[in-house]
Design a protein around this ligand. Structure first.
Ligand code: ADP
Ligand code: MG
Length: 722
């Protein structure tokens, strides 16, 4: 058989060779011709559209002008002119290139890469400049434009028909190293042309014909050709749409397929009743459940009695009452004769859960226990026995539950709080603990609001319940941004609040790359607070990740019990701590936190009946993004809104809750932040396909089965990972 050109080593693509191949490998992770073709332009320059300088204005987006270099000026550190004859480029701070197209003048400004650009630009010659026009000192300029020779000057009669018959030129992701190694934008275009000539015939259609017709999608050859060398804007749009749809469709198909497989297996533990303990607990609640809590509990009950294994994600903002839902869910398991475990990511949280849950359970007669790393050996033995003989109905714990000598009699339900902090393998170890041979039901709870498109992807194979309503009587939290100059006012305000009997959190950022420095910030901050709030009468506690568990617990308990007025803490230990009397959250260096994290921290206050405040302390000079984040925090308390915005600003990869779990499949062209509509459509379409052919065994779905059988779709399965 003829060799598939897509698999050809990139080194053997005409125009590459060993040196450039090494660069492409290192910089773009391109090993084969096929890999290269998957690198898509991130922008296109419309070569047919040139703006006259007289028509250019600073409010325009990126424009292209065609102009002759009139004058090149080099400036030293103090803005003094330097003579080009005796320049040392390391002393040149700025290069100004005055250009004209006959209708006016414009200055091109460079602060970096001056040496290279200086050697490229020749006075008297014309170039195409591409960039964003702006105004400086009343003159129009462009900072760091892209510079190209005039395309026409390359027309030497040998210009090929075909791919290059395109009015738009793709701009590929490039790096300084690629450019220094001779792989400039133009070279990239030529390599792509060679790659397509060689390998396009080997690219096979990946979507069944009926789907392409139904969705109006262009064939893969058309799409690949036009994503690199668009015939026109319409063709480019069609190409992009097809490629994005395909990417999102396959991702959703693979996720939904797992869900369908699970549905078909009747390996769920049937839990037909709610049981007595549930009813006792329910009727003795000090409040009535919110509508959202009731709805979610109904959804969970339906799962648990269905005979299928439950795999449900419960999303709800901080304070929305997820713990209550967890307790009632655990009681359903107990009421049907099974054990339940509730896993928390930290010791502090596990203790807190245990305390709250024990409160709700008093009177139900259900035996409950807490197992963490610091549980004493003597106590531990009793707990192990209770789990093994089934006398413990509900166990709350941390990673300690994973230890090998923890054996359940019949685990029927696992509730995982703040799921993303648990590793995949750890969860797998938990499932293996179910000795009754059936898969336990799984409820994953997260307080991190996740944008809908991201949830569909991260948890695409889970059913999702949302608590979108807070318990009544919550007062809005007033959020205020302040800079260092307001510190005295802040301390005065804090003292007033303490006098009113309130407690205060002061949180410092902890960013792992400079851990030492972070702890120094924390210590300095602590000293500052202790100085401003001396004992007596003020009492300050401190909690951070470097303390022993006893120290942490001691300080946390002191704060929770009201023996401390101020708790100084790092951001890593904060999640889930519930101190209703704490009504002020001060976040230091707030600009260093992401939106979701700020929102999480803010959720620590506003849990009691008092008016609460969140003070965002920031440095003086904020980047545009930081300022935007801080402004948004002051403007809204809606976690989902903030999460959507966070994703738009930072992309899905950096969002809270995704760093550790990661997206199941890396997206090459589609964006969860921008392509929500296509994602919806693709998911619906995948669902329709699976409804008709759940095992994808029909001949018309052969391509689909083949594609999702590939390694990259081997997505983790929350229900049984092993
Ligand atoms: P989450 O875990 O979602 O952050 P919690 O379950 O800790 O929220 O609930 C926060 C507080 O609200 C707790 O003090 C809890 O007792 C209270 N709470 C929960 N549900 C209700 C309700 N329906 N009505 C009034 N208060 C509630
Ligand atoms: Mg909670």
């Amino acid at each position: 058989m003829e060799k598939n050109a897509l698999e050809t080593d990139i080194q053997f693509l005409p125009g590459v060779g060993p040196k450039r191949a090494a660069l492409l490998r290192k910089e773009l992770n391109v090993n084969t011709v096929g890999d290269l073709i998957k690198i898509y332009p991130f922008r296109y320059i419309d070569r047919s559209r040139i703006i006259m300088i007289k028509d250019a204005a600073p409010d325009m987006a990126y424009i292209q002008i065609k102009a002759e270099v009139a004058e090149i000026n080099l400036y030293g550190p103090k803005g003094t002119g330097i003579d080009a004859a005796d320049i040392k480029f390391n002393t040149v701070k700025r290069m100004g290139v005055k250009v004209t197209d006959g209708t006016g003048y414009m200055e091109m400004v460079f602060f970096k890469g001056i040496k290279w650009m200086h050697s490229k630009l020749k006075p008297g010659e014309s170039y195409v400049f591409f960039g964003k026009p702006s105004i400086f000192n009343g003159h129009l300029n462009m900072v760091h434009p892209e510079v190209d020779s005039i395309p026409d000057s390359r027309t030497d009669g040998s210009r090929k028909e075909g791919f290059m018959n395109s009015s738009m030129t793709g701009v590929y992701p490039g790096t300084e190293r690629l450019r220094n190694g001779g792989i400039t934008g133009k070279v990239m275009n030529r390599l792509m042309e060679n790659a397509l000539t060689m390998a396009l015939p080997y690219i096979e259609e990946t979507l069944p014909k009926y789907l392409m017709i139904e969705k109006g999608l262009v064939p893969v050859h058309f799409a690949v050709r036009n994503i690199h060398f668009p015939k026109d804007t319409a063709a480019l749009e069609k190409a992009k749409y097809r490629l994005k749809f395909e990417e999102l469709f396959y991702l959703q198909l693979s996720l939904l397929k797992q869900k369908y497989i699970r549905r078909r297996n009747d390996n769920g533990i049937r839990m037909p009743k709610v049981g007595e303990a549930f009813n006792i607990c329910y009727s003795s609640l000090p409040f009535s459940l919110t509508g959202a809590q009731k709805r979610v509990i109904t959804e969970i009950r339906d799962d648990m009695k269905s005979g299928h294994q439950m795999n449900r994600l419960l999303q709800g903002d901080v304070g929305s009452g997820k713990t209550m839902v967890a307790v009632l869910t655990a009681l359903i398991a107990v009421g049907n004769g099974f054990q339940a475990c509730i896993m928390a990511p930290t010791e502090v949280l596990a203790q807190q859960h245990f305390k709250n849950i024990s409160g709700y359970l008093s009177g139900t007669g259900v035996r409950t226990a807490l197992l963490t790393g610091s549980t004493k050996a003597s106590e531990r033995r009793g707990i192990h026995e209770g789990l093994e003989d089934g006398s413990i109905g509900i166990i709350v714990g941390t990673h300690a539950l994973f230890e090998d000598n923890v054996i359940f009699r019949n685990l029927g339900l696992a509730i995982i709080d703040e799921q993303h902090r648990f590793g995949v393998e750890q969860r797998a170890r938990l499932w293996r603990k179910s000795s009754c041979g059936l898969d336990p039901h799984v409820l994953v709870m997260t307080a991190t609001p996740i944008p809908r498109t991201l949830a569909m992807t991260l948890y695409g194979d889970l059913d999702v319940s949302v608590i979108d309503e807070l318990p009544p009587g919550r007062k809005p939290i007033q959020t205020i941004a302040a800079s260092e100059s307001k510190r005295f006012a802040l301390y005065r305000f804090m003292k007033d609040q303490i006098r009113l009997g309130r407690q205060i959190f002061v949180v410092y950022p902890l960013i792992f790359e400079s851990e030492k420095l972070d702890y120094r910030n924390l210590e300095t901050g602590y000293e500052q607070i202790v100085q401003a709030f001396p004992y007596p009468p003020y009492r300050t506690a401190i909690v951070h990740g470097k303390q022993s568990n006893e120290e942490k617990k001691f300080n946390m308990d002191a704060f929770a019990a009201g023996r401390a007025d101020i708790l100084v803490a790092t951001s890593v230990i904060e999640v889930g701590v519930d101190v209703p009397n704490a009504s002020v959250m001060v976040i230091e260096s707030a600009e260093r936190f992401g939106l979701s994290q700020l929102h999480q921290l803010r959720g620590r206050v506003g849990r009691g009946s008092e008016k609460s405040y969140c003070i965002l302390m920031t440095g003086h000079k904020l980047s545009k993004d930081s300022k935007h984040r801080i402004d948004l925090m002051c403007a809204t308390e809606n976690g989902f809104e903030l999460a959507e915005e966070d994703m738009k600003m930072r992309g899905p990869g950096d969002l809270e809750g995704t760093q550790q779990s990661g997206l199941p499949v890396e997206l090459n062209i589609a964006s969860l932040a921008r392509d929500g509509l296509i994602l919806n459509d693709a998911r619906q379409c995948a669902q329709n396909v699976l409804d008709k052919d759940p095992s994808l065994s029909q001949p018309e779905n052969r391509l689909l089965a083949e594609e999702i059988g590939k390694d990259k779709y081997k997505i983790r399965d929350y229900s049984r990972i092993s």
